[in-house]
Design a protein around this ligand. Structure first.
Ligand SMILES: Cc1cc2nc3c(=O)[nH]c(=O)nc-3n(C[C@H](O)[C@H](O)[C@H](O)COP(=O)(O)O)c2cc1C
Length: 361
């Protein structure tokens, strides 16, 4: 039992593993650590960016282990899922904190949706012997600026201020009682489970498409900050321009930190590409080629879907190569830039976060 300024914690130490694209999960981890120190606990933060091997937790006395990460496609960010899957077995108490995309319009706050972002890491860790003692789906400002304009400064500040108070109250409960589950975990559970098919679709297909929606406009001055700071090491130089690999998680860091704001989401590339794919009669051709009768059976249905997704993927690979190549031509580059919504939208980094705030493992 630990105590400081009259407050008693059932834990002696807190070990936090975090991954953060644009700083929300990093802020949450820092606030949690700040509260732990107030309780006289020893707090350590481990970034899992570009991890090569798992750093085993240093257990001293009664230790709480926290995992903080963003929600991506109704799931835990894949980098964190991989980390948790490789995490050593243990018996400690665990907290799962997933930051979600919260929004604010006028005076109304809208929550994000976790999907399986809480449930999957919980399952992995339970199977490894850990005890789940805390769950916090945490609605920080949404950073998904490929999908919507970044929030205004005042909306970001209002949401962040609210969340800071929420995490402090939550941490007090968790440290004092050794157990705290946010009501959001239970209230949203039916919805979180209902969106599982989208989670699966995003994990196996959707994320690769989003990874291929980024490009650098003619304003790119080759500073290479995006390449240096990518948490998954997913950018490389091709013809002196950043090129996004399939390991990209679309975490939005590159677009948020780019000093010349030259990184864009190519809406005018990805939307027509999707439309074109839908026109290509891949399914009919495959059925013809294999001499299959369309009998409506479930196995055939699954087979057809798989073929379709593989075809979409192949088109995407070829399409993105061609796209990257033609971007070298200045007027084509400018065309895509001025038809990319991100050219006109605000970008996002969590309050107080800069490119240099992110640490590697
Ligand atoms: C590719 C992508 C997918 C996202 N999917 C979800 C989602 O399914 N549910 C949600 O609530 N927020 C979603 N978001 C919003 C982020 O989870 C949210 O803004 C989070 O707080 C970002 O944390 P970070 O700054 O630590 O990366 C998504 C964001 C991105 C970039």
């Amino acid at each position: 039992m630990n105590t400081n300024s009259g407050r008693k914690s059932v834990y002696d130490s807190l070990v936090i593993y975090y991954f953060s694209g644009t700083g929300n999960a990093l802020r949450a981890a820092e606030w949690l650590a700040e509260k732990a120190v107030e309780y006289g606990m020893r707090a350590t933060l481990h970034s899992i960016e570009r991890f090569e091997k798992v750093t085993p937790p240093e257990i001293s006395g009664n230790t709480l282990i926290a995992f903080c990460f963003p929600t991506h496609g109704f799931n835990a960010a894949p980098l964190m899922l991989k980390y948790v899957a490789k995490f050593p077995r243990g018996k400690s108490d665990v907290l799962i904190l997933n930051t979600r995309g919260g929004l604010k319009f006028k005076k109304i706050y809208f929550p994000g949706i976790s999907g399986l972002a809480q449930l999957l890491p919980m399952l992995f860790l339970l199977l490894k012997g850990y005890k789940i003692k805390g769950s916090l789906p945490y609605d920080m400002p949404s950073n998904w600026v490929s999908m919507h304009p970044g929030l205004t400064d005042s909306a970001v500040k209002d949401i962040a201020d609210r969340r800071k108070k929420e995490i402090f109250r939550f941490a007090e409960r968790l440290f004092e009682k050794g157990r705290a589950f946010s009501y959001k975990f239970f209230v949203y559970m039916p919805l979180d489970i209902a969106v599982a098919p989208i989670t699966i679709g995003y994990y196996f297909c959707g994320r690769y498409m989003f990874a291929k929606s980024f490009y650098a406009s003619a304003d790119c001055n080759d500073c290479r900050l995006c390449i240096e700071r990518c948490p998954t090491n997913s950018l490389m130089l091709v013809n002196n321009r950043p090129f996004w690999k399939y390991t990209c998680e679309s975490c939005m860091r590159c677009i948020g930190i780019c000093p010349s704001k030259s990184i864009q989401t190519a809406h005018s590339f990805i939307v027509p590409m999707m439309y074109l794919y839908s026109l290509i009669p891949v399914i009919a051709s495959v059925i013809n080629l294999l001499g299959l009768e369309n009998d409506g059976g479930i196995l055939q249905d699954i087979f057809i879907r798989v073929v379709n997704w593989v075809a979409v993927f192949v088109f995407l690979v070829i399409g993105y190569r061609i796209f990257s190549f033609v971007l070298k031509i200045k007027f084509i580059n400018r065309f895509f830039e001025f038809t990319s919504l991100t050219r006109f939208w605000r970008r996002y980094l969590a309050p107080g976060i800069k490119a240099g705030s992110f640490k590697r493992q």
